[in-house]
Design a binder for this molecule. Structure first.
Ligand SMILES: Cc1ncc(COP(=O)(O)O)c(C=O)c1O
Length: 456
């Protein structure tokens, strides 16, 4: 086995990590060697609680016996064969299972291999749906500010996080962006006012331009990468009603929220909405392998169906689409959801987590604590009364996550927001441990900044 120091050097010499300034990595490198339950262990033998579910994927903890076995069993038949023009056994069984779990109207499953590809596919399907129906003018998309749907050019176009997307602006297609209904950042701080105002903005936009709008894309109930922003109750339902009224396809991105993360199997269930297209990835395989899916209604599917010469085919696909190993582990994952009543458990644990987070709100620099099920964000501010932020250079949330790492908890910041998104299998005791470290990390980082400010 290679020495830890040698691995460190090689990682610095050969790798380029995603969403990572490599000079940060060089200062504070981390190399994971193994995982067990809701912990991971690095090459030095330090063990950490997986407070971000290995980037919002992990469900049952690491090395779940049934999932390991599902892959081993599938390997005895075949690892992969293409889905282009052919099906395979686990992909068929998984599609059936997914359709049974999804909102009623979603009857077709189109596979891919990441959240971004699932959304890219949904956007292309919505676009081509109208073209196939001969409604050529409907080509635009509406999105919500701070939305995040992935890093391909198409998904960046329907996303709107300035930090990630600004540099590429001339490469992206224009989307119509409406403001996110943020209660925390609204001067009234009143859910009902925010709800009414936001839906009115959308209505005006639709009234003016619906003939040119193909679809609207949004993350349901809580935006993830945009800062764990929760939407007021009724917003999703209101968006659904407006999309129906103005003949705009509703594309719901459940990549982060799907598979129990919000205390429901899918976040759309919180408001019983029926999207036209829906995307899932991350938790679909329990955090094991890259499989994603885009759900479509029968109406959309049929707009693509016909003789080849009619040129309605959806010409899109990825090499690893419908990978057998991935689909087999996804099936095993969904079986555990049923067997262990995991969604119900996640809903119960989210109540415990809510109570634990009450303490976090008391910290001097915590502006807002947002939560939907087991998805939480803690926004750090310089002054909770004025909501003034720390200087961006101080990287307060990043500092706090480094402190947390020292204390045995892994997570990542999103700007000034710290994410806590534990695997669904996390016990109540482990949740308490995570929150304790979260509190200490925030306290230590903000104290350090305060001290630095007084010595300047
Ligand atoms: C809501 C949402 N959509 C899409 C994506 C992109 O998924 P992936 O990183 O698998 O491409 C993410 C990733 O965080 C996400 O949170």
């Amino acid at each position: 086995m290679m020495e830890a120091n040698e691995l460190l050097e090689k990682s610095k010499q050969y790798m380029w990590l995603p969403f990572t300034q490599m000079s940060d990595y060089e200062k504070d490198p981390l190399i994971i060697k193994s995982g067990e339950g809701v912990t991971v262990t690095d090459i030095h033998g330090n063990t950490y609680l997986d407070g971000y579910s290995s980037l919002w994927l992990n469900v049952h903890g690491h090395r779940k016996k049934e999932l390991d076995e599902a892959i081993q069993t599938q390997l005895q038949s075949i690892a992969h064969s293409t889905l282009l023009g052919a099906a395979n056994i686990p992909s068929i069984l998984l599609a059936e299972k997914l359709v049974k779990l999804a909102p009623k109207g979603l009857t077709r499953v189109f596979y891919s291999d990441s959240g971004a590809t699932a959304v890219e596919i949904a956007v292309k399907m919505a676009y081509q749906y109208w073209q196939n129906k001969g409604v050529q003018k409907k080509t635009k998309f509406v999105t919500v500010s701070n939305g995040y749907h992935g890093d391909t050019v198409g998904t960046m176009s329907v996303g709107s996080i300035e930090l990630y997307h600004k540099v590429y602006s001339s490469l992206l297609f224009d989307a119509l962006v409406i403001p996110f209904p943020s209660v925390y950042r609204h001067p009234s701080g009143d859910e009902n006012i925010v709800l009414d105002e936001s839906l009115e903005v959308l209505r005006s936009l639709f009234e003016e331009s619906h003939e040119e709008i193909a679809g609207m894309v949004l993350e349901p109930m809580i935006q993830g990468a945009g800062g764990m922003n929760t939407m007021p109750p009724g917003y999703l339902k209101g968006v659904e009603a407006l999309c129906k009224e103005f003949d705009v396809l509703l594309i719901v991105d459940e990549v982060a929220t799907g598979f129990g993360r919000t205390g429901k199997m899918f976040a759309v269930e919180h408001e019983a909405i029926q999207p036209d297209l829906m995307t899932v990835a991350k938790g679909l395989t329990g955090g094991y392998l890259p499989v994603a899916a885009t759900f479509a209604t029968e109406e959309i599917y049929h707009a693509f169906y016909g003789e080849y010469e009619e040129m309605k085919t959806f010409f899109h696909g990825h090499s690893y689409t419908g990978n057998q190993l991935g689909c087999a582990v996804a099936l095993a994952n969904l079986e555990i959801f049923e067997k262990e009543q995991l969604v119900q458990q996640a809903a119960e644990k989210s109540v415990v987590l809510k109570q634990l987070l009450e303490d976090v709100k008391q910290l001097p620099h915590v502006g807002d604590v947002r939560q939907c099920g087991l998805m939480c964000g803690v926004e750090i501010v310089k002054d909770p009364f004025t909501k003034e932020s720390f200087q961006p250079e101080s990287r307060v949330a990043y500092r706090a996550t480094l402190k947390m790492r020292e204390l045995g908890l892994l997570t990542r910041p999103l700007g000034d927001v710290i994410v806590l998104m534990p695997p669904l299998a996390t016990t109540k005791e482990q949740l308490a441990e995570m929150v304790e470290i979260l509190k200490k990390g925030i306290y230590l980082a903000t104290e350090e900044l305060a001290e630095m400010a007084t010595t300047d």
